[in-house]
Ligand binder design. Structure first.
Ligand code: PGA
Length: 251
Protein backbone atom coordinates (compact mmCIF):
# COMPACT_ATOMS: atom_id res chain seq x y z
CA UNK A 1 0.00 0.00 0.00
CA UNK A 2 1.09 3.54 -0.64
CA UNK A 3 2.44 5.61 2.22
CA UNK A 4 1.07 8.77 3.73
CA UNK A 5 3.81 11.38 3.79
CA UNK A 6 4.21 14.89 5.15
CA UNK A 7 7.36 16.50 3.79
CA UNK A 8 8.71 19.92 4.70
CA UNK A 9 10.44 22.01 2.05
CA UNK A 10 12.57 24.60 3.81
CA UNK A 11 13.46 26.35 0.52
CA UNK A 12 16.15 29.05 1.01
CA UNK A 13 15.40 29.61 4.70
CA UNK A 14 17.30 29.03 7.95
CA UNK A 15 20.97 29.42 8.70
CA UNK A 16 22.78 26.19 9.50
CA UNK A 17 22.34 26.76 13.25
CA UNK A 18 18.65 27.58 12.88
CA UNK A 19 18.13 24.51 10.72
CA UNK A 20 19.79 22.21 13.25
CA UNK A 21 17.60 23.68 16.00
CA UNK A 22 14.43 23.18 13.95
CA UNK A 23 15.32 19.58 13.12
CA UNK A 24 16.16 18.81 16.77
CA UNK A 25 12.93 20.40 17.88
CA UNK A 26 10.87 18.35 15.43
CA UNK A 27 12.67 15.13 16.35
CA UNK A 28 11.95 15.79 20.04
CA UNK A 29 8.33 16.74 19.40
CA UNK A 30 7.69 13.53 17.45
CA UNK A 31 9.65 11.10 19.61
CA UNK A 32 7.34 8.68 21.33
CA UNK A 33 4.31 9.99 19.41
CA UNK A 34 2.22 7.65 17.29
CA UNK A 35 2.34 9.30 13.90
CA UNK A 36 0.32 7.98 10.97
CA UNK A 37 2.56 9.22 8.19
CA UNK A 38 6.22 9.38 7.18
CA UNK A 39 7.75 12.72 8.09
CA UNK A 40 10.51 14.13 5.89
CA UNK A 41 12.45 17.39 6.10
CA UNK A 42 13.98 18.61 2.86
CA UNK A 43 16.73 21.10 3.62
CA UNK A 44 19.28 23.21 1.79
CA UNK A 45 22.38 21.21 0.77
CA UNK A 46 24.66 22.69 3.41
CA UNK A 47 22.29 21.61 6.20
CA UNK A 48 21.98 17.97 5.18
CA UNK A 49 24.88 16.30 7.01
CA UNK A 50 24.35 18.30 10.20
CA UNK A 51 20.58 17.73 10.23
CA UNK A 52 21.18 14.03 9.59
CA UNK A 53 23.20 13.94 12.81
CA UNK A 54 20.31 15.21 14.96
CA UNK A 55 17.43 13.12 13.55
CA UNK A 56 16.97 9.37 13.85
CA UNK A 57 16.11 8.81 10.18
CA UNK A 58 12.93 6.96 11.15
CA UNK A 59 10.75 9.41 13.05
CA UNK A 60 12.15 12.16 10.86
CA UNK A 61 13.64 11.38 7.47
CA UNK A 62 15.91 13.59 5.40
CA UNK A 63 15.77 14.94 1.87
CA UNK A 64 17.43 17.57 -0.33
CA UNK A 65 15.63 20.22 -2.36
CA UNK A 66 17.45 19.57 -5.62
CA UNK A 67 20.40 17.76 -7.19
CA UNK A 68 22.50 18.19 -10.32
CA UNK A 69 21.61 16.75 -13.71
CA UNK A 70 25.19 15.48 -14.12
CA UNK A 71 26.90 12.68 -12.20
CA UNK A 72 30.19 14.49 -11.42
CA UNK A 73 32.87 16.70 -12.90
CA UNK A 74 33.54 20.32 -13.78
CA UNK A 75 30.17 21.84 -12.84
CA UNK A 76 31.14 24.56 -10.38
CA UNK A 77 28.58 25.12 -7.65
CA UNK A 78 26.50 22.02 -8.39
CA UNK A 79 25.74 19.19 -5.95
CA UNK A 80 25.35 15.67 -7.30
CA UNK A 81 22.84 13.00 -6.32
CA UNK A 82 25.74 10.88 -5.02
CA UNK A 83 26.86 13.76 -2.77
CA UNK A 84 23.31 14.19 -1.46
CA UNK A 85 23.08 10.45 -0.73
CA UNK A 86 26.46 10.51 1.04
CA UNK A 87 25.03 12.87 3.69
CA UNK A 88 22.46 10.29 4.73
CA UNK A 89 19.57 11.91 2.85
CA UNK A 90 17.09 9.46 1.33
CA UNK A 91 14.86 11.84 -0.65
CA UNK A 92 15.25 14.67 -3.12
CA UNK A 93 12.66 17.17 -4.31
CA UNK A 94 12.90 17.50 -8.10
CA UNK A 95 11.01 19.72 -10.51
CA UNK A 96 9.75 22.19 -7.96
CA UNK A 97 7.99 25.02 -9.81
CA UNK A 98 10.51 27.52 -8.40
CA UNK A 99 13.33 25.52 -10.02
CA UNK A 100 11.40 25.30 -13.27
CA UNK A 101 10.49 29.01 -13.32
CA UNK A 102 13.62 30.70 -11.91
CA UNK A 103 16.40 28.29 -12.91
CA UNK A 104 15.20 27.12 -16.30
CA UNK A 105 14.77 23.46 -15.39
CA UNK A 106 13.07 21.75 -18.30
CA UNK A 107 11.38 18.38 -18.51
CA UNK A 108 14.48 16.98 -20.23
CA UNK A 109 16.84 18.22 -17.50
CA UNK A 110 14.54 16.83 -14.83
CA UNK A 111 14.51 13.47 -16.54
CA UNK A 112 18.30 13.30 -16.03
CA UNK A 113 17.98 14.35 -12.40
CA UNK A 114 15.37 11.66 -11.72
CA UNK A 115 17.63 8.99 -13.24
CA UNK A 116 20.63 10.08 -11.19
CA UNK A 117 18.56 10.27 -8.00
CA UNK A 118 17.32 6.70 -8.51
CA UNK A 119 20.80 5.42 -9.37
CA UNK A 120 21.91 6.80 -6.01
CA UNK A 121 19.03 5.25 -4.06
CA UNK A 122 17.33 8.59 -3.49
CA UNK A 123 13.55 8.75 -3.68
CA UNK A 124 12.54 11.64 -5.95
CA UNK A 125 9.66 13.77 -4.72
CA UNK A 126 8.73 14.92 -8.18
CA UNK A 127 6.69 18.14 -8.40
CA UNK A 128 4.13 18.94 -11.05
CA UNK A 129 1.53 21.65 -11.35
CA UNK A 130 -0.01 24.28 -13.56
CA UNK A 131 0.24 28.08 -13.40
CA UNK A 132 -2.85 30.23 -12.90
CA UNK A 133 -3.37 31.07 -16.59
CA UNK A 134 -3.32 27.36 -17.43
CA UNK A 135 -5.92 26.59 -14.74
CA UNK A 136 -8.08 29.50 -15.89
CA UNK A 137 -8.06 28.21 -19.45
CA UNK A 138 -8.88 24.67 -18.32
CA UNK A 139 -5.49 23.25 -19.38
CA UNK A 140 -4.37 21.94 -15.97
CA UNK A 141 -4.77 18.24 -16.75
CA UNK A 142 -2.94 18.53 -20.06
CA UNK A 143 -0.05 20.46 -18.45
CA UNK A 144 0.37 18.06 -15.54
CA UNK A 145 0.17 15.01 -17.80
CA UNK A 146 2.89 16.44 -20.04
CA UNK A 147 5.18 17.16 -17.05
CA UNK A 148 4.82 13.56 -15.91
CA UNK A 149 5.27 12.11 -19.40
CA UNK A 150 8.35 14.08 -20.35
CA UNK A 151 10.37 13.42 -17.19
CA UNK A 152 9.10 10.12 -15.81
CA UNK A 153 7.46 7.90 -18.38
CA UNK A 154 10.70 6.51 -19.74
CA UNK A 155 11.20 4.81 -16.35
CA UNK A 156 10.52 1.11 -15.96
CA UNK A 157 7.50 0.25 -13.81
CA UNK A 158 9.93 -0.89 -11.13
CA UNK A 159 11.75 2.43 -11.08
CA UNK A 160 8.57 4.47 -11.35
CA UNK A 161 7.39 2.62 -8.26
CA UNK A 162 10.16 4.36 -6.30
CA UNK A 163 8.93 7.88 -7.14
CA UNK A 164 6.72 10.09 -4.97
CA UNK A 165 4.68 12.74 -6.78
CA UNK A 166 3.69 16.14 -5.44
CA UNK A 167 0.91 18.07 -7.15
CA UNK A 168 1.57 21.73 -6.48
CA UNK A 169 -0.63 24.19 -8.36
CA UNK A 170 1.77 27.11 -8.84
CA UNK A 171 -0.96 29.62 -8.03
CA UNK A 172 -1.28 28.09 -4.56
CA UNK A 173 2.41 28.11 -3.58
CA UNK A 174 3.21 30.68 -0.90
CA UNK A 175 0.10 32.66 -1.81
CA UNK A 176 -2.20 31.60 1.00
CA UNK A 177 -4.57 30.41 -1.74
CA UNK A 178 -5.00 26.64 -1.40
CA UNK A 179 -6.64 24.47 -4.00
CA UNK A 180 -10.03 23.44 -2.69
CA UNK A 181 -10.26 19.94 -1.38
CA UNK A 182 -12.36 19.04 -4.43
CA UNK A 183 -9.84 20.56 -6.87
CA UNK A 184 -7.03 18.61 -5.22
CA UNK A 185 -8.92 15.33 -5.27
CA UNK A 186 -9.96 15.83 -8.91
CA UNK A 187 -6.36 16.40 -10.03
CA UNK A 188 -4.94 13.60 -7.89
CA UNK A 189 -7.49 11.16 -9.31
CA UNK A 190 -6.57 12.31 -12.83
CA UNK A 191 -2.87 11.78 -12.08
CA UNK A 192 -3.54 8.30 -10.73
CA UNK A 193 -5.58 7.50 -13.84
CA UNK A 194 -2.66 8.70 -16.00
CA UNK A 195 -0.28 6.42 -14.08
CA UNK A 196 -2.68 3.51 -14.43
CA UNK A 197 -2.84 3.92 -18.21
CA UNK A 198 0.97 3.82 -18.41
CA UNK A 199 2.00 1.38 -15.69
CA UNK A 200 -1.15 -0.47 -14.63
CA UNK A 201 -3.34 -0.39 -11.56
CA UNK A 202 -0.84 -1.81 -9.06
CA UNK A 203 1.79 0.90 -9.69
CA UNK A 204 -0.88 3.63 -9.78
CA UNK A 205 -2.39 2.46 -6.49
CA UNK A 206 1.00 2.25 -4.80
CA UNK A 207 2.21 5.73 -5.77
CA UNK A 208 2.03 8.37 -3.05
CA UNK A 209 0.70 11.64 -4.46
CA UNK A 210 1.18 14.62 -2.15
CA UNK A 211 -0.55 17.97 -2.34
CA UNK A 212 1.43 21.19 -1.97
CA UNK A 213 0.58 24.87 -1.96
CA UNK A 214 -0.39 26.84 1.18
CA UNK A 215 -1.16 23.65 3.06
CA UNK A 216 -1.50 24.41 6.77
CA UNK A 217 -2.98 23.25 10.06
CA UNK A 218 -6.39 24.62 9.12
CA UNK A 219 -6.79 22.87 5.76
CA UNK A 220 -4.61 19.74 6.02
CA UNK A 221 -7.26 17.49 7.54
CA UNK A 222 -9.77 18.14 4.78
CA UNK A 223 -7.16 17.85 2.02
CA UNK A 224 -5.68 14.60 3.40
CA UNK A 225 -9.14 13.06 3.84
CA UNK A 226 -9.45 12.75 0.06
CA UNK A 227 -8.94 9.20 -1.21
CA UNK A 228 -6.21 10.18 -3.69
CA UNK A 229 -4.35 12.73 -1.53
CA UNK A 230 -1.60 10.89 0.34
CA UNK A 231 -0.11 13.80 2.24
CA UNK A 232 1.51 17.15 1.70
CA UNK A 233 4.63 19.00 0.62
CA UNK A 234 4.78 21.92 3.00
CA UNK A 235 6.73 25.15 2.54
CA UNK A 236 6.02 28.06 4.88
CA UNK A 237 4.29 26.00 7.56
CA UNK A 238 7.28 23.63 7.79
CA UNK A 239 9.56 26.37 9.13
CA UNK A 240 8.29 26.08 12.71
CA UNK A 241 7.50 22.93 14.67
CA UNK A 242 4.37 24.65 16.00
CA UNK A 243 2.91 24.98 12.52
CA UNK A 244 4.35 21.75 11.03
CA UNK A 245 3.27 19.36 13.79
CA UNK A 246 -0.50 19.91 13.41
CA UNK A 247 -0.18 19.08 9.69
CA UNK A 248 1.57 15.80 10.56
CA UNK A 249 -1.15 15.13 13.12
CA UNK A 250 -3.87 15.77 10.52
CA UNK A 251 -3.54 12.05 9.65
P1 PGA B 1 3.95 26.68 0.59
O1 PGA B 1 5.01 25.97 -0.36
O2 PGA B 1 3.44 25.62 1.55
O3 PGA B 1 4.70 27.76 1.29
O4 PGA B 1 2.85 27.20 -0.29
C1 PGA B 1 4.85 24.66 -0.79
C2 PGA B 1 5.97 24.28 -1.72
O5 PGA B 1 6.37 25.12 -2.54
O6 PGA B 1 6.47 23.14 -1.69
Amino acid sequence: MRKNIVAGNWKMNKTLQEGIELAKDLQTALSGKKVKCDVIVCTPFIHLASVNAVIDGQTVKLGAENCADKASGAYTGEVSAAMVASTGAKYVILGHSERRAYYGETGAILKEKVKLALENQLTPIFCIGEVLAERESGKQNEVVKKQIEESLFDLSAEDFGKVVLAYEPVWAIGTGKTASSAQAQEMHAFIRQTLKAQYGAAVADNTSILYGGSCNAANAKELFANPDVDGGLIGGAALKTDTFLPIIEAF
